[in-house]
Design a protein around this ligand. Structure first.
Ligand code: GLC
Ligand code: GLC
Length: 817
């Protein structure tokens, strides 16, 4: 392949429409979007690949998807258009017929894919109407030619047999369970409905179909692919009824379009639950009442358009809570649109369903969800509130945590292990941020169970106390936090000593007995979130508790200064035997990012200049052109005493990859040190709009969102991204931009204004809505300062300090640095 002939860009931002416009379907990796905001979700790639599920990508998978398939991204919702001898798809795949024009617009919870071939244009708008458990597909086909066109249209989607895991492995059963019903223009998928399930799915269209298929083998042909379905190639639906094997849903139309004529079809992929006594209306005939009602709500173009308008307005409102205007469109489009959008998606999905997360393995993470929600609170505070309660309900009485829980049941599970000793701290982090945004101290009085056990309820405030204590009560020989199975870095497994390739580092026995393994990352996190806990205790009048906590924090600071400083940076950890990790004494892994980020954010050893020295060391040893690398030098061979981290080849993932999630910790620490120029340099290295301008072909994954990991300088392809979308990077990039660079941070009773800017930033304007107030904040930086507010006018009156007390209504705030 001749690399030189490859384009470096595959699309562009359309900021006015809040869309990314992909103009070449052959993106270097499927570039996807998410549909749905509440319970029904879909993943959709730029060629319409992907799948849908209800609430839980593992247990309620509606349509089938094969990950890591050949060819890539095979399976989705496809429309086949037959025009004479030519058959094509608006999204190019799966036929891959060369199109005369192609465009995919990914917007806020919708995607519009448009293709044109031989003067026929087909445009499909995909979205989930607000509050509806269905994906709508509005297909508009237009004849742009001067002649009458006779066209055939086949829709296509493949049902998943609900449990996405067994769907892919339990064929001895699955091949005999599939069942469908066909009525009117609707294909109902009712596999297992006769027994324990009370839900079915359906795929309908708002016009009388002229044929259909529901059996994959008959539609596609046993030895054919989606790019050559026999029924389509022969323009002949089989009217097949699936009994077992692989049920699908395909509608068929044969129609004419006059020159200039357009025809719209509204397809609907829906999900319905029925009460047990209302499941059937006849022998094995399912009750379709709810499905019919749903279809009726969108059975005309006008109704579908109205639902789409409502979705657009919904996003206008959500995003209006924080809008910035600078002279830098690359910053504005990220802060105003894509970063907030990604925060919504990570809040909804945690780490479950993406094109890198199979939707089977990982549910909602305790640590991940607490971080995600902080980037999301300003969008829909009530949902963040519920999430905090859900998460806290899975905590154990001693403050420790399940590492994840399943969204459908909201119960903790041990699939990804437990005993990660950083987990409890994040509950403090999430809860305090929520109260600061909303003023809802009432959440602290909520009765929340432990491990979902009825009768075990205590207040949320008590959960926070146990979170704090779980760290304070589990200290190692240096007075530093014991790491447990791992800390934020899931792969720093200092107690597992696994030599069996058939077991997971995350779930194998955790040999903490007699372990001296301590974490400097947790130490920094504990001081930082501990101070949030102290401030909260003071707010609610628990002054004794505040003092006690303050003492623990002070001891931790001293322990870090004494045992956690390596001369020019903070150590990373002590291992099982008490040996240093992340020290200049080590041959490899001399310096790590996480402890620099957290200890510098917590300003540990500030009098001795430790944070600044540590940040300088980061620049010297960890920074590269694509961002800040996790550790250096990379581990070149495997260390049994460190676990998974050294299992990765150098430059990838937790072994010297650029793990974007942790870059913001350093950036924030830079802003706390007042170094706006350095913060900005680190920030823009991983800011998607800046990355896009460099080279999308190299970066590979979507240019409009952050990915979890970019290959570091030790890798074969430095700069290549992986694991896009579902990453804590989203929330942390938001916190970085909103609170620390633009410097607008909600506190308990005031909005703190404390920007930290690159010298060239002279002026910007932020509109911030919260607590029934709107603040129009004009920041002026006439002398090119990096930090330091010199004057604030609130509604024309000077105030002292940089805190704007909350007051309902509209306010003009003029800030001079
Ligand atoms: C993944 C996990 C997150 C973890 C990180 C580093 O992003 O979801 O919980 O902190 O990896 O290992
Ligand atoms: C792997 C990944 C890490 C993830 C962990 C838990 O170790 O590298 O990022 O957090 O699995 O599933």
């Amino acid at each position: 392949m001749n690399q030189e002939n490859q384009p470096l860009k595959f699309g562009h931002f359309d900021d006015a429409a809040r869309e990314y416009v992909i103009t070449n379907p052959q993106t270097p990796w499927p570039w996807i979007n998410y549909l749905g905001n509440d319970d029904f979700f879909s993943l959709i790639s730029n060629t319409a690949g992907g799948y849908s599920f209800y609430k839980d990508a593992k247990f309620r998978r509606l349509t089938r998807y094969r990950y890591n398939g050949v060819p890539m991204d095979n399976g989705g919702r496809y429309f086949y258009i037959c025009d004479g001898d030519t058959t094509w798809n608006p999204g190019w795949k799966p036929m891959k017929t060369p199109l005369d024009a192609y465009e995919c617009r990914h917007g806020m919870s919708y995607t519009r894919i448009t293709g044109r071939k031989n003067d026929v244009e087909a445009s499909v708008l995909f979205f989930v109407p607000l509050g509806e458990n269905a994906e709508l597909q509005k297909l508009s086909i237009k004849n742009l030619s001067q002649e009458t066109k006779r066209l055939q249209l086949f829709s296509f989607t493949e049902w998943c047999l609900w449990n996405a895991a067994t769907d892919m492995e339990n064929f001895q059963r699955n091949f005999s369970t599939g069942e469908v019903e066909i009525e009117g223009s609707t294909i109902y998928h009712k596999t297992e409905y006769r027994e324990r399930r009370n839900h079915y799915a359906f795929y309908s269209v708002n016009a009388p179909m002229q044929g259909f298929d529901t059996d994959r083998e008959q539609f596609v042909g046993l030895y054919n692919g989606f790019h050559e379905p026999q029924a389509v190639l022969e323009r002949q639906p089989r009217n097949s009824v699936a009994h077992g094997w692989s049920p699908i849903a395909s509608h068929y139309f044969d129609f004419e379009l006059q020159p200039g004529e357009q025809r719209d079809f509204i397809f609907m992929l829906g999900y319905v639950e029925n009460d047990d006594d209302k499941k059937f209306v006849g022998p094995q005939v399912i009750n379709k009442e709810k499905a019919l009602q749903m279809m009726a709500r969108y059975d005309t173009t006008a109704k579908a358009d109205a639902a789409f308008d409502a979705l657009r307005k919904h996003w206008d409102e959500l995003l209006s809570n924080f809008q910035v205007e600078t002279d830098n469109p690359k910053l504005d489009r990220m802060v105003n649109i894509w970063n907030q959008y990604q925060c919504m998606v990570t809040f909804n999905m945690s780490r479950s369903a993406s094109f890198f997360e199979s939707g089977i393995g990982r549910g909602m993470g305790f640590r991940d969800s607490n971080q995600d929600l902080v980037g999301f609170i300003h969008l829909i505070p009530a949902k963040a509130r519920q999430r905090i309660i859900d998460i806290a309900s899975t905590q154990f009485p001693d403050g420790s945590c399940y590492h994840q829980y399943q969204p459908l049941t909201r119960r903790g599970n041990n699939d990804i292990g437990s005993g990660f000793n950083d987990d409890p701290c994040w509950l403090i982090f999430g809860t305090t941020a929520y109260i600061k945004e909303t003023g809802d101290f009432g959440i602290l009085d909520e009765q929340v169970p432990f491990d979902n056990q009825p009768g075990s309820e205590e207040t949320l405030m008590e959960h926070l106390r146990r979170s704090f204590n779980h760290v304070a009560d589990n200290l190692g020989p240096h007075g530093l936090p014991l790491i447990g199975r791992a800390d934020w870095n899931d792969c720093l497994n200092l107690n597992c000593f696994s030599t069996n390739p058939d077991e997971s580092y995350q779930t194998t026995e955790n040999k903490t007995e007699g372990s001296k393994a301590e974490s400097l990352m947790i130490a920094g996190l504990f001081v930082f979130t501990g101070e949030q806990y102290v401030e909260l205790c003071q707010r609610v009048g628990q002054n004794g508790e505040a003092q006690r906590a303050e003492q623990c924090i002070q001891q931790m600071r001293e322990a870090v200064e004494k045992h956690g400083w390596d001369g020019s940076w903070y150590l990373r950890a002590y291992d099982f035997f008490g040996n240093k990790i992340g020290s200049n004494e080590n041959d490899e892994g001399k310096i790590f990012i996480e402890s620099q980020g957290w200890c510098a954010m917590a300003r540990i050893g500030a009098e001795q200049g430790m944070p600044e020295k540590s940040l300088d060391s980061v620049k010297q040893h960890l920074e590269c052109e694509h961002g800040i690398i996790l550790n250096q030098p990379a581990y070149t061979h495997w260390h049994v005493e460190m676990g998974e981290i050294s299992s990765y080849p150098p430059g990838y993932k937790e072994n010297a990859g650029i793990f974007c999630h942790n870059n913001p910790w350093v950036i924030i620490a830079e802003t706390l040190a007042g170094r706006g120029q350095d913060a900005w340099q680190h920030y823009t290295k991983i800011l998607p709009s800046y990355v896009e301008e460099r080279n999308s072909l190299l970066h590979k994954v979507e240019p409009y969102v952050n990915c979890q990991m970019v290959a570091g300088s030790d890798a074969a392809t430095p700069g290549q991204g992986k694991n896009s979308w579902l990453t804590g990077t989203a929330a942390w990039m938001w916190i970085t931009a909103a609170w620390h660079i633009l410097g607008i941070q909600p506190g308990y009773d005031a909005l703190t204004i404390d920007p930290c800017l690159p010298k060239e930033a002279r002026t910007y304007r932020v509109t911030r809505r919260l607590r029934n107030a709107v603040y129009h904040i004009q920041v002026n930086n006439p002398n090119g300062k990096e930090k330091g507010v010199s004057q604030i006018l609130l509604d024309g009156q000077p105030i002292s300090g940089n805190k704007i007390p909350y007051a309902e209504g509209e306010h003009e705030v003029e800030v001079t640095l």
